[in-house]
Write a protein that binds this ligand. Structure first.
Ligand code: PRP
Length: 237
């Protein structure tokens, strides 16, 4: 890790602690993190930064668990089992916290491009792209008017409906590395289409990440297509 990366990690740890502190006293935060309340007070108030090792433990350990809990508390299911995750995908600051935790937890390499699917994947994609200092590309279910060339991927879904995603052909160059992200994986059909788009672009997939997996089916489907790490912050049955 160079100095700038260390500093970024230390600031991420502080951001995680500030999120955790909001509903807690310092004693409660000490209990949650296992760190002394006095140190936590200094970190949260910005007087001292946690050392790089401690920062990594905060981001990887308590940070991941806390974000997964927070994620779960923010999503709602309707009576047919559909997920309302607006309280997550509309909150860019929350997603900005998820990005370093996801990168650390799944050891994703820094990609050239973060690829997602419109609409709900876009804010997570933006957070991940910003964290990695990578470009963001999102495939859409319709063609952009002024774009002439597209990579397109189509499949007939289990429901019988045909789904096509379009990506402007110049969004990914051959040989570039691509991290595929989305807010939700359920059947894995969307991930399969995104993986196909990356393949058609002659790109190398470095990972697949979702905030929420509903069951294991979608994750397993992605694992059949790529050897890169595939994971979700939270899996819900
Ligand atoms: O694993 P799957 O079964 O493919 O489901 C996951 C996809 O479903 C949702 O998008 P949706 O198609 O509802 O489009 P939206 O983002 O425009 O709402 C979600 O944002 C994922 O992209």
């Amino acid at each position: 890790m160079n100095r700038a990366e260390k500093a970024a990690l230390q600031l991420q740890a502080v951001a995680v602690l500030r999120m955790l502190k909001r509903p807690r006293t310092y004693d409660e935060l000490a209990e949650t993190t296992g760190l002394p309340a006095g140190d936590l007070n200094r970190y949260v108030n910005g007087h001292v930064l946690p050392g790089p090792d401690r920062a990594r433990e905060i981001v990887n350990g308590v940070g991941r668990d806390a974000l997964a809990d927070e994620l779960r508390s923010r999503i709602a299911f309707d009576e047919e089992g559909y997920v309302d995750n607006s309280a997550v995908v509309f909150d860019q600051s929350f997603l900005d916290l998820v990005a370093p935790v996801a990168a650390e937890s799944f050891a994703f390499e820094t990609p050239d491009v973060v690829l997602t699917a419109a609409t709900d994947g876009i804010t997570l994609g933006a957070a991940m792209a910003s964290f990695f200092d990578a470009r963001l590309a999102y495939a859409k279910k319709s063609k952009e008017t002024a774009v002439e060339e597209f990579i397109e991927s189509r499949q007939r879904l289990a429901s019988g409906i045909e789904l096509t995603y379009y990506l402007p052909a110049n969004a990914i160059d051959a040989g570039e590395t691509v991290l595929i992200v989305d807010d939700l994986i359920r059947s894995g059909e969307t991930q399969e289409l995104l993986l196909d788009i990356a393949l058609q672009a002659d790109a190398e997939v470095t990972g697949v990440f979702a905030l929420i997996a509903v069951g294991e089916e979608g994750l397993d489907r992605a694992r059949e297509i790529t050897d890169a790490p595939v994971g979700a912050l939270e899996t819900i049955e």
